[in-house]
Design a protein around this ligand. Structure first.
Ligand SMILES: [Zn+2]
Length: 268
């Protein structure tokens, strides 16, 4: 089977090179400049992609098949960072080969720029968690609400050159957020995420966090797990991930293509 695939791949490459070569040959006298550019294209292609690489690529494409469509999905979301714990959290995630979502506070991004870059470099998702983390300031007016998340985006852009539409409101999108604030965020394309599994990690011991996941996480197809950048959370993370995997969850990062789940839309 493998030999057959490889010979098909080699045959295709020979055919493509042959066709391109023939094209160069036949257009040679017509237009010198285009011949030159086609020649250098082929030269660069061969230089950059050795035969082994091309075969590797082709076989991995063949083996890839259709993407997985997991039935049980868990999103691990981590609020209030980045912090002095971010790098440790990243290590645990890497060890387990999973990606999470970090909802960052603007001031903490400025204080921990390297951590912001590390989170992004390692392929995790970044969203924002306001500037003030204070519902009185955040909801002073709809403009004030929007401004806080735009400010987060500016700071994130200055650090990484990237932007994000993912947000988590401090204390959740209900019951504190007024309609006007919700509407202006919505109109500006921000994607609101709440949770359906509160680990209560900000006040729980490591053991309690793990048992909260065991208890509150049962019988749900989709989990949005709420966590914070705390010492006890870092210690609980590995055990938590183990439980989720044992229960058959595929752990994924939230992206801008994921349909937002929040208290407002009652779809958690
Ligand atoms: Zn928070």
């Amino acid at each position: 089977m493998k030999n057959k695939i490889i010979s098909i791949v080699i045959a295709s490459i020979v055919l493509v090179v042959g066709v391109l070569g023939f094209k160069i040959f036949t257009t040679k006298n017509v237009e010198e400049t285009s011949v030159y550019s086609e020649k250098s294209y082929i030269f660069n292609k061969i230089k950059n992609e050795t035969l082994a690489n091309i075969i590797d690529d082709a076989t991995s494409q063949i083996h890839k098949g259709p993407g997985p469509s997991p039935e049980k999905i868990a999103y691990i979301t981590i609020d209030d960072g980045p912090s002095k714990y971010t790098n440790e959290i990243l290590d645990v995630l890497k060890k387990n080969n999973i990606k999470a979502t970090f909802f960052m506070i603007e001031g903490n991004m400025k204080k921990h720029k390297e951590e912001v870059k590390n989170v992004q470099k390692e392929g995790h998702s970044v969203g924002f968690h306001s500037v003030s983390h204070d519902i009185k300031q955040l909801y002073k007016s709809p403009e004030a609400t929007l401004k806080e998340f735009d400010t987060c985006n500016n700071t994130f852009y200055n650090i990484t050159g990237d932007v994000s539409k993912l947000i988590r409101l401090p204390y959740g999108s209900k019951p504190y957020m007024p309609d006007e604030s919700h509407n202006i965020l919505d109109k500006n394309g921000y994607l609101m995420w709440d949770w359906n599994l509160d680990t209560e990690d900000w006040r729980a011991t490591t053991d309690k966090i793990v048992s909260n996941v065991l208890y509150y996480g049962r019988d749900r197809q989709h989990l949005v797990v709420l966590m914070h950048e705390k010492e006890q959370t870092v210690k609980a993370l590995d055990g938590m991930i183990k439980i989720l995997k044992e229960r058959g969850y595929t752990i994924l990062p939230i992206t801008e293509y994921t349909k937002p789940r929040n208290f407002w839309d009652k779809n958690l």
